[in-house]
Design a protein around this ligand. Structure first.
Ligand SMILES: CCCCCCCCCCCCCCCCCCCC(=O)SCCNC(=O)CCNC(=O)[C@H](O)C(C)(C)COP(=O)(O)OP(=O)(O)OC[C@H]1O[C@@H](n2cnc3c(N)ncnc32)[C@H](O)[C@@H]1OP(=O)(O)O
Ligand SMILES: Nc1ncnc2c1ncn2[C@@H]1O[C@H](COP(=O)(O)OP(=O)(O)OP(=O)(O)O)[C@@H](O)[C@H]1O
Ligand SMILES: O=C(O)CCC(=O)C(=O)O
Ligand SMILES: [Fe+2]
Ligand SMILES: [Mg+2]
Length: 335
């Protein structure tokens, strides 16, 4: 048996009993002599980047955390650019600057203290450097394959909670926002720009939830208000084990778009920063979400595209993504 097949066997032997289908397909794929096993591993490609333990972890849990992946220098540059954007020293085409709902109407909060999130920074060359960092793409390729599109870019500046608990992000699956498939060829890379812990609202994930299906999402019923488009999973099992991802500056988590996750209140006085990008394979395809549970978010995004960018009725939800997507490696085949 080849080295690659050997390695695969070790991985599959470690996988949980619930992965019987994965095991069955291994039996028919024993003679593989290349490092690509789409019929055996569901969520990863074995490109010699991930260790056996990491492959097992992603297949089973739907995320892996890589410590110290992005340098201090790079993060300081992203932070500096974020500050310039908040001071309006740079104007970025297509960027949406979002304030927390609890301070949106206050005239007394200005600059970066008013900003909770930058949405769609892909036209800012300095921030977009994040999406093409070779050490990030090396991991992304393990989930998307060699053709890679950067589909969604975001810098999160989670503010100190005002007391209304609006700094929370409800538990959700990112796939709810995406009209493209297959889900298994999409991955999010999320890098802590400083130490993140439970007090400042680190990510919270439900390991293994990526093996379920896309759930119905809607606004949670929170007394103090909810930020625009912060939909949450309607019913998720409150007894499902949770993991709090405490991370240092530069640590990066890669996670599957069906993984249920959210983040808690920021109970510190500082703004908790993270930078992220959602990638998809260049050979993913768009789907029509009309008549599905994604229709609610589709309508909100089309509404925003029309108000903010003057898009007319002919612009579909898929179009809003095709316009924003950028090729970062290989070929843009069907995206
Ligand atoms: C030609 C086609 C181009 C395609 C472009 C498509 C653009 C789409 C961009 C957004 C897509 C988001 C998809 C995300 C998917 C990834 C998955 C990640 C999960 C998430 O991140 S959830 C998404 C987070 N939410 C957003 O990103 C929302 C985007 N931001 C906005 O919609 C605007 O910032 C907002 C909230 C409408 C505010 O607009 P703005 O003009 O800046 O604010 P005003 O001061 O003029 O206020 C207008 C009105 O809105 C109220 N307001 C302000 N802030 C908030 C808030 N955070 N939450 C709720 N409401 C808010 C404000 O009080 C005003 O209310 P009035 O009653 O006075 O009208
Ligand atoms: N540097 C920037 N680049 C791109 N867009 C920005 C930048 N700074 C602010 N914006 C966005 O430009 C739009 C217009 O801003 P505007 O001057 O109306 O102020 P505002 O942030 O909406 O504050 P207010 O609601 O108090 O008027 C807003 O949606 C804001 O989020
Ligand atoms: O940084 C966070 O709080 C997570 C945000 C998030 O999950 C998202 O915007 O999709
Ligand atoms: Fe998310
Ligand atoms: Mg405004």
């Amino acid at each position: 048996m080849s080295r690659a097949a050997d390695r695969l066997k070790v991985v599959l032997n470690h996988l949980d009993r619930s992965h019987d289908a994965v095991r069955a397909s291994f039996t028919s794929a024993q003679n593989v002599s290349y490092h690509h096993h789409p019929q055996s591993l569901q969520y990863t490609f074995d490109t010699d980047v991930l260790t056996q333990e990491q492959i097992i972890a992603y297949e089973e849990n739907g995320f892996i955390l890589i410590r110290n992946l992005v340098s201090e220098e790079d993060i300081d540059r992203f932070k500096n650019e974020f500050e310039r954007i908040c001071k309006r020293e740079v104007k970025v085409p297509g960027l949406t600057v979002m304030k927390d709902v609890s301070i949106a109407k206050s005239e007394f909060v200005e600059g970066e203290k008013a900003v909770t999130k930058l949405q769609d920074y892909q036209e800012d060359p300095e921030l977009f450097r994040y999406c093409v960092l070779p050490q990030i793409l090396k991991y992304v390729e393990c989930f998307t394959g060699p053709n890679i599109m950067a589909m969604h870019t975001m810098l999160i500046n989670k503010p100190p909670d005002t007391g209304k608990k609006t700094s929370r992000h409800p538990m959700h699956q990112d796939l709810h926002y995406f009209p493209f498939r297959p889900a298994d060829r999409i991955v999010c890379s999320w890098t802590a720009m400083e130490k993140v812990h439970r007090e400042n609202g680190c990510l919270v994930v439900l390991p293994g939830s990526h093996r379920g299906s896309l759930q119905e999402h809607d606004y949670p019923e929170w007394e103090g208000g909810v930020n625009k488009m912060y939909h949450g999973v309607r019913n998720y099992d409150p007894n499902h084990p949770r993991v709090h991802l405490e991370m240092e500056k530069g640590d990066t988590v890669f996670f599957h778009p069906l993984l249920i996750h959210g983040s808690g209140m920021n109970q510190t006085n500082g703004f908790r920063k993270a930078i992220s990008c959602h990638y998809a394979s260049g050979d993913c395809y768009y789907i029509d979400v009309n008549g599905t549970t994604q229709e609610n978010i589709s309508n909100e995004v089309k509404d925003l595209a029309s108000r903010k960018f003057g898009a007319d009725d002919s612009v579909t939800f898929a179009d809003t993504w095709a316009i924003r997507g950028r090729l970062v490696q290989g070929d843009r085949i069907s995206m």
